[in-house]
Design a protein around this ligand. Sequence first.
Ligand code: NDP
Ligand code: HSE
Length: 436
Amino acid sequence: MQQSIGIGLAGLGNVGAGVFKHLQANRTLLRERLGLDLEVRRIAVRDSARRASEGFPSALLTENWRELVEDPSVQIVVEVMGRREESLALILESIARKKIVVTANKALLAEHGREIFEAATKYGVPVFYEAAVGGGIPIIKALREALIGNHIISIHGIINGTSNYILTRMQEAGLSFPAALAEAQAAGYAEPDPAFDVNGWDAAHKAIILASLAYGFWVPTDKIFVEGIENLTSADFRFARQLGYGIKLLGIIKATSSTPGSEIEVRVHPTLVPEKHVLASVNGVFNAIAVHGNVVGETLFYGRGAGQDPTSSAILCDIAEAAEALANPRRNLGFMPHGLYGCCKPLDNILSEYYLRLCVEDRPGVIAKISGILGELQIGISSIFQPEADEEGSTVPLVMMLHTATHAQMRTALERIGALDCVCKPPQMIRAEHFS
Ligand code: NDP
Ligand code: HSE
């Protein structure tokens, strides 16, 4: 007789419904592989009558998530409600009752990871979160287990499927921003509030989780730099292509060196990626995460970064691991804090190369004024070109690629260049990455 493990599913939306469906469909496979039977015993939703009318088993449905936590036959609680306060309460109460938690809630982990794992340590209960980063890509397990013997030198990732889908559709099909976003929402890729996908914060939450896992301390949200894709224009894609680059929303995590104690930087922003680099060809909802370890060298993880099925796959992995952990208690509860790192580089000191697009008056002396400011600030120009203007008029675009400078240097440069009479619109600046 095989042991049966009880699961409480909190949330039956896009992700929760997928987990329920795939757990039923692959139950026999999982039983064969685990030697354990996985059974959903309770499901929390907001509107149980509606969900019952859709065919979900009414005997399992409840509108009170506390019933999952209090049910002694539930040993694993899967949180896919996507809320903050209620999800945090559900997770902390589950841990306190020694129920293993599986969550896909990256926003919650990024903001409350420390508190959650302090509770996990106090009660000796693991928390698994494979679906929180990279959809179906097993990047959490890779960092936690496969790369455990490495100091992580850098992580560069396309870690938001919705924004990558939007950028791809705008670039390749010429769709407008709202039309591309509507497609991503219809496909189930976007967050319940899609502003997080667009303003960079969903990717930032994931970058915080990756950085925290890689460096053993919870990176505070106010120590990272975040910029979204809202201000990108079709002209930027066109000019970037002429310069040999694609534009991607990247999460960039770096340690100053692989020596313990070195500063780390975490940032998310649109980035010019050389067309020859593998990340430039990651399109649509796909995510890719390049991890550089000091032993393994370069690695790349690729797959669908959002959507019901890939996310369900990651949650099934966590449920299986949770079921095994019930039989064999473990030391690593999903996050192992340590003191080898712990310091974030001040944002002003972060170094980048830059693309700068200006709208300038079409008259002599303009380039000299702009390059004069850059020169005074010790910012070198690596290339400059003045594309044809789209329309007849007295202004023209001016595009420059700039050598490495700090964020602080560039902020001053943008303020001074933007204030010039000959510069007609606020400058557009995008960071570039050469992965050296
Ligand atoms: P949805 O909005 O589609 O689903 C949320 C579900 O939670 C619904 O079933 C809702 O009930 C239920 N719910 C909300 N509040 C409560 C509550 N107080 N009590 C009981 N049930 C509640 O969200 P998603 O499925 O898209 O996302 C869920 C989580 O997964 C989020 O944290 C998201 O960030 C994360 N995630 C999403 C991915 C994706 O591709 N969409 C990928 C990776 C992670 P009802 O059905 O009655 O409305
Ligand atoms: N909205 C998220 C994305 C879901 O598009 O990447 C996956 O975490």
